[in-house]
Design a protein around this ligand. Structure first.
Ligand code: UT7
Length: 345
């Protein structure tokens, strides 16, 4: 394969010129379920208002998967769209990973179920659990396997059916989340420099801020655990908000520093879509220009691991991102976890 010409961005931590290999994003795709749940619908379910949800979060509606539609179904549909965009068949995929906190079941992995649905018979498959940060963790894993020459084609999927773990009686959380999936095919290609760098971080000391207590080995399902509503997600919203802003800011700045790229050179910033106020605070502190931050949470809410993957697909399909543009992804989630990635599209 002909090596890429040198990238404009010189930094040893950016790995685009590692022995002539690059980790290009060959294609992206997304899928959201058909059913729309609006703020007006939620007003009939819990003590809330469209005004509260809109001003505190920016969310107007979210998608909800059907009863017989599971995370692996959403993931497979997004994956098939990304594979089509990349011109890649299931047989060509060497590795696939599904970032999710809502697997179809505890085991086997959702990735194995997706492997079967998309005919990726040769692929190794595993799930990745980094909550809302999972898609960037997945991109970095793909990059490591591609740059080390272990694999040429890696499929990274972020997929969630959060409606299955949301407590529909808890107005603090049920208004925030939605279902959906996004996917990217990463390949060693000469058409794009692709992923220049990715930053990942975690702080398990704050695990209790956002978690689901029931269903694991610590608290397996019993009649008591179900009665105590332990199988639903719980969040300390205010505290999580503060950490989100700081962690996203730090991760984004570190990723830019590694690539020696200034924020003004970034065409589009794609942040985790949790709350419009978090996005605005991060954008302001980064020195982003109006319109530089990509926002679609008004239509999908917080889709956790799928959030930046869905937004990336939308930014590409609507022409916000063109070949050669620099883009910045930045995420934050339960764990706590966070991450940022710079991509030369
Ligand atoms: O994806 C992982 C990362 N997730 C995040 O980063 C989310 C971070 N947190 C947030 O986005 C925000 O903290 C929330 C949107 C969750 C909450 O916004 P807030 O401005 O921090 O509100 P709050 O939790 O301080 O609640 C303010 C008031 C409370 O009433 P009192 O105690 O002041 O009387 C809540 O009970 O708003 C009340 N409230 C609601 N009222 C109407 C909470 N939820 C609702 C609701 N509708 N849905």
């Amino acid at each position: 394969m002909k090596p890429l010409p040198a990238s404009k961005f010189k930094n040893p931590r950016a790995r685009y010129d590692f022995k002539g290999r690059s980790c290009a994003i060959a294609g992206v795709g997304a899928y959201v379920p058909a059913r729309v749940l609006t703020n007006a619908d939620l007003e009939k379910m819990v003590d809330t208002t469209d005004e509260w949800i809109t001003t505190r979060t920016g969310i107007k509606e979210r998608r909800i998967a059907a009863k017989d539609e599971f995370t692996s179904d959403l993931a497979a549909k997004a994956a098939q769209r990304a594979m089509k965009a990349a011109g890649v068949t299931g047989e060509q995929i060497d590795l696939l990973t599904v970032a999710t906190i809502t697997p179809d079941m505890v085991f086997p992995s959702t990735a194995c179920l997706v492997q079967q649905k998309i005919g990726a018979r040769r692929a190794a498959a595993f799930d990745l659990e980094a909550a809302c940060s999972g898609f960037i963790y997945g991109l970095e894993i793909a990059q490591q396997f591609i740059m080390s020459r272990t694999y040429d084609t890696v499929l990274v999927i972020g997929a969630e059916k959060l409606s299955s773990i949301v407590d529909w009686q808890d107005r603090n959380t049920c208004v925030l989340f939605g279902d959906g999936a996004g996917a990217a095919v990463l390949q060693n290609r000469t058409t794009s420099h692709g992923l220049l760098t990715a930053v990942m971080g975690a702080d398990g000391g704050k695990a209790d801020l956002l978690h689901m207590p029931g269903g694991g080995s610590r608290c397996p399902a019993t009649a008591d655990s179900v009665a105590a509503r332990l199988h639903y997600l719980r969040m300390e919203g205010k505290e999580t908000f503060k950490h989100a802003v700081q962690a996203m800011l730090n991760a984004a700045q570190e990723a830019l520093r590694r690539c020696e790229v200034d924020i003004s050179q970034i065409k589009c910033i794609i942040p985790h879509q949790a709350n419009r106020r978090i996005i605005d605070a991060v954008g302001e502190r980064l020195g982003a220009k109006p319109g530089q931050m990509f926002v679609n949470l008004d239509r999908y809410g917080n889709t956790s691991a799928a959030s930046v993957a869905i937004a990336l697909d939308e930014a590409v399909s609507t022409g916000r991102i063109q070949r050669g543009d620099l883009i910045l992804l930045v995420v934050f989630g339960a764990g706590l976890t966070w991450g940022a990635a710079v991509i030369e599209w």
